[in-house]
Design a protein around this ligand. Structure first.
Ligand code: FES
Length: 118
């Protein structure tokens, strides 16, 4: 059964960087995406890397062999071990089909603090 836990003051979070804490013996990371919190387990769904140590970068969009674009509106999180990229919005793998996805956690804001359910 999941329980609610205090995680961090909202003002500590920033875009492009994870704050990582141990909660209920699980490593959890939180960042901001377009001003809204994103909370995930700090474990890559591929092989368990500490995914929150990865870089958040603009998504590479390949339109053709000659047309590559960076999409900063839809950033991805690149795993530090094997380089898989995950969309921060839906947690899905970027670039190929996979059932694996980031484990996003339920969260809520209360009095300028972020609480998570785990
Ligand atoms: S452990 Fe993350 S891509 Fe392999």
């Amino acid at each position: 059964m999941k329980t609610k836990h205090y995680f961090v003051e909202l003002g500590v979070l920033e875009e492009g960087r994870f704050v990582v804490r141990e909660v209920n013996n699980r490593s959890v990371g939180a960042t901001l995406l377009h001003g809204q919190p994103v909370v995930i387990l700090n474990s890559c769904p591929h092989a368990g890397a500490p995914i929150c140590q990865g870089k958040i970068t603009p998504k590479l969009v390949i339109e053709s062999a000659q047309a590559l674009q960076l999409d900063a509106e839809h950033p991805v999180l690149r795993c530090p071990w094997h380089g898989w990229e995950f969309n921060l919005e839906d947690g899905m793998v970027n670039g190929f089909n996979s059932r694996l996805r980031l484990a996003k956690l339920q969260h809520e804001l209360e009095n300028d603090s972020l609480y998570i359910w785990i």
